[in-house]
Design a protein around this ligand. Structure first.
Ligand code: E4P
Length: 214
């Protein structure tokens, strides 16, 4: 299972890389708005820093505008993936970009048939937003499970990025059902390595070791 980091923060990406836990990065306009630097230089820095796929989102809402932005973004590096919203204009865009060999990540997916449509258009990735569905008291992970079934039924090569992850439990569920990728915020990435019993156990070992030496 690949781990992407869901951030536009350079320090978080560097720390994730040190841990060997950054197979790719996903950004969006909200994440970029949290950074102090201008978005263009942040984006360039991320693309240069990361070896794996880096998703960069278009801002236009019409297909022509999205295609123009996508072509420009794709010149930043071979690892650029263009994030396109799951709209009619977005689907037209994905079809065109896939014919041009530009990789796409269809974002803001909230039901499995949207994933099917995106895959038929030639999307490289689809991003179901499970946390936002859980937020409204529905079961986000069901969408991932159904999408996996649909893709396997028809042999689509489109990969599923489980997005809008809120907790280690989401990562556990995504891994258990066999999702290709989870895109994880840095705070959750750190939580994945922690357990209170690990801390208690280590404290006890070190205390006992001190007692031997006394
Ligand atoms: C994924 O590509 C999105 O950037 C992200 O996961 C959205 O998460 P949020 O619902 O926490 O904003």
């Amino acid at each position: 299972m690949n781990f992407f980091i869901d951030t536009a923060n350079i320090e978080e990406i560097k720390k994730g890389i040190e841990l060997g836990l950054v197979d790719g990065v996903t950004t969006n306009p909200t994440l970029l708005s949290k950074e102090k630097k201008d978005p263009e230089s942040t984006i360039k820095e991320i693309v240069a820093l990361v070896e794996g796929p880096v998703s960069l989102e278009v801002i236009s809402t019409d297909s022509k505008g999205m295609c123009d932005e996508a072509r420009k973004l794709s010149t930043l590096g071979p690892n650029v993936v263009v994030k396109v919203p799951m709209t009619e204009e977005g689907i037209k865009t994905v079809r065109i970009l896939s014919q041009e060999g530009i990789k796409t990540n269809v974002t803001l997916i909230f039901q499995p048939v949207q994933s099917l449509i995106a895959a038929k258009a030639g999307a490289t990735y689809v991003s179901p937003f499970i946390g936002r569905i859980d937020d409204i008291s529905a079961r986000g992970m069901d969408i991932v499970e159904d999408t996996l079934t649909i893709f396997s039924n028809y042999g689509f090569e489109t990969e599923i990025i489980v997005a809008s992850i809120r907790s280690p439990l989401h990562v556990l569920q995504a891994a258990t059902i066999g999702a290709d990728i989870a895109t994880i915020p840095f705070n959750v990435l750190r939580q994945l390595m922690n357990h209170p019993l690990t801390d208690i156990g280590l404290e006890r070992f070190l205390k006992d070791w001190d007692n031997i030496k006394k």
